[in-house]
Design a protein around this ligand. Sequence first.
Ligand code: AMP
Ligand code: MG
Length: 486
Amino acid sequence: MSGDVGWAFNHSYTSLPESFYVRISPVAVRAPNVVIINHSLAESLGLDFSLLSTEAIARLFSGNVLPENAQPIAQAYAGHQFGGFTMLGDGRAILVGEQLTPAGNRFDIQFKGSGRTPFSRRGDGRAALGPMLREYIISEAMFALGIPSTRSLAVVTTGETVFREEPLPGAILTRVASSHIRVGTFEYAARFKDEFSVKVLADYAIQRHYPGLRDAENPYLAFLKSVIDRQASLVAQWLLVGFIHGVMNTDNMAISGETIDFGPCAFMDEFDPQTVFSSIDQHGRYAYHNQPHAAQWNLARFAETLLPLLNPVHEKALALAEEAVHGFSDLFQQYWLAGMRKKLGLLTEEVEDIELIEKLLDCMRKHRMDYTNTFRALSTKILPEHSMFLDSAFVSWHKQWQARLARQSESEQSVFSLMQANNPVILARNHRVEAALVAASKHGDYAVMNRLLAALVDPYSDAVQYRDYQMPPSASERVCQTFCGT
Ligand code: AMP
Ligand code: MG
């Protein structure tokens, strides 16, 4: 089968010491059925499923029949969950292999929901259809927005029931990631293994994600700084589109800088920095505006694991790590500010820009304005009728913004183009995602999801046929909580 499809597997992760993984196959499922296949992603991976029968595709993505050269493993990792350290690992995921693409890139192909592993603890190793489709929809939406993210290649149902609060249809998601090395993988090596294991893992991660750093004067410090930089950029991009990850535990932070693990995540409708969707985040640890702090906290945990590699003298290592982790704040601020300038059509830099941005956000918060639609409204010539636009604070802000725009020489056209390329029109709004999941999970109707996915492919274009996705939820449609994907 593998020849037809185009699998080009390599298994570099198994070159790590054996303590980093366990060899294990997916547990077969009763009656697999294909729900969705991402053909455009498949193509970019050098894969083509068009010659396979639907049954063969179902057998493949359920793990019932593995590609010939697969070497399935479950990865070991640990992590801080809501501040508490614990041993974790792939409790319901299996890495089938690393696909080498025609463009020369390497991507993990991982099944999620494929049965118990030695890391399952009390879990059943399975996943429910709703959460797997949520991951599919939102990871693909992130990709289309241009935000680094793991991606989704397929979802199949298993023909088995999983029991959460209620019986639900079981499913398996095939996740594609530039790797699954997490901050938690380093924590595992540092806490449960030894300095040598951390070094081997760091060398592997540098080789895989930051090969340019191998020759740096202090490659491990350069590595730490690069991971911090990518995370600062990533979290800034989340905030710029109103994304709330929901479970920023250290095991859900990828060394590659990709968004990973789409549990109770969601995009915010009304602008409120305190927004939390996750039902398990009682204290707002991972609320919208706390995300940069949470990221920095995680990166401090990451830095701790690298201490022995940074400098043989502990105090010196600590000073280097602290400086690097502190640097996150400035980096984040720079990325965020650069992104906000684009959202407001500012092509030059003025010191007062921050104040201008804060003033707008304050107005939006006070009037509970829709985050996405407000920025988009500013990106077009005519402001829609809304009480906020009549408020004296907004009117004075608008004058200030117009005056600011007038101080740059760029044409009105280039300002609007910049804004329209940086202010999405169509997001995976929570109520539309919920509607798609309910239709699929409860009624076996995938049309709602497929139409949503089609709209999300081009989030910056104001397509007439998808205008309904621009509507914020009505009071009855509003989703206040999303639940963890377990
Ligand atoms: P998550 O909350 O998805 O980041 O997962 C945290 C940990 O719980 C990871 O080690 C997962 O592998 C594990 N886990 C989550 N759901 C299950 C499940 N149904 N069965 C076994 N392990 C699970
Ligand atoms: Mg996770």
